[in-house]
Write a protein that binds this ligand. Structure first.
Ligand code: SF4
Ligand code: FES
Length: 257
């Protein structure tokens, strides 16, 4: 495949940045999108030029590091697909592809397509944990978890923290990410002791990081590579109101109250 790539190049956070055009001619449709960038980078390095910086680790849709905007869509044109799982057969020979970093004030560009997503880490740090007594491991199934709560918690836990929801939202809201992280613990009995404190702290940190508010555009759900449902945002809002009105709940074996 021959392609025309317009790639955002930016030396550092202070550099204004600009699109640079590349025209690779030897791209296989079976390559992943990141392998295509590898090929472009090999050419750049061979010519003594700076390779395009982009984040990646697992390359199998698990780690959440590979976010980039491809032709205006976070993670590219395929639903429920990370950039690393996108293949070049999703494009046509001769296509023009524009590649940009996430654009959000809370995710400053570090270099080229790499952004600083440590705002997400700080949201997790204030509430994404449970307190358990130390000692030997408990017996398996000692704490019964109702099947509907377990299923919903698993759905929320699928969030890989990629940030596509923020990049796609016109308000750069982090509500879908925060809702997923609040819910996957708050739905389980083990997450009950800190449930109200967790939602209060994580929402406060989300606001402090400069993410925007949710005004129900639902772009987040549309681009989420793990199909996290906006229903978790409604659940977060309910939990937040409850947490603002009442104190800490008692731990129960039944999970969500
Ligand atoms: S909710 Fe979806 S889009 Fe947002 S960080 Fe999690 S996996 Fe990525
Ligand atoms: S590189 Fe890990 S999700 Fe894409």
């Amino acid at each position: 495949m021959k392609l025309t790539l317009h790639v955002w190049r930016q030396k550092n956070a202070r550099d204004p940045g600009a699109f640079v055009t590349y025209t690779p001619t030897d791209i296989s449709p079976d390559m992943s999108f990141l392998e295509m960038l590898d090929v472009v980078n090999e050419g750049l390095i061979g010519r003594g030029q700076e390779p395009i910086a982009f984040d990646h680790d697992c390359r199998e849709g698990i780690c959440g590091t590979c976010g980039m905007v491809i032709n205006g869509a976070a993670h590219g044109p395929r639903r429920a697909t990370t950039a690393c799982q996108l293949h070049m057969r999703s494009f046509k020979d001769g296509d023009t592809i524009t590649i940009e970093p996430w654009r959000a004030a809370a995710f400053p560009v570090i270099k080229d397509l790499v952004v600083d997503r440590s705002a997400f880490d700080r949201i997790i740090a204030v509430g994404g944990f449970i307190s358990v007594p130390t000692g030997s491991a408990p017996d398996g199934n000692a704490i019964p978890v109702p099947k509907p709560a377990a299923d919903q918690a698993m759905d929320a836990a699928a969030c890989i923290g990629c940030g596509a929801c923020v990049a796609a939202c016109p308000n750069a809201s982090a509500m879908l990410f925060t809702a997923a992280k609040v819910s996957h613990l708050g739905l389980l009995p083990q997450g009950q002791p800190e449930r109200h404190e967790r939602v209060r702290r994580m929402v406060a940190q989300m606001d402090a990081e400069g993410f925007g508010t949710c005004t129900n555009h639902f772009e987040c759900e549309a681009v989420c590579p793990k199909s996290i449902s906006v229903e978790f945002i409604a659940r977060l809002n309910r939990d937040y109101i409850k947490a603002s009105l009442v104190g800490e709940p008692k731990a129960t074996a039944g999970g969500e109250g």
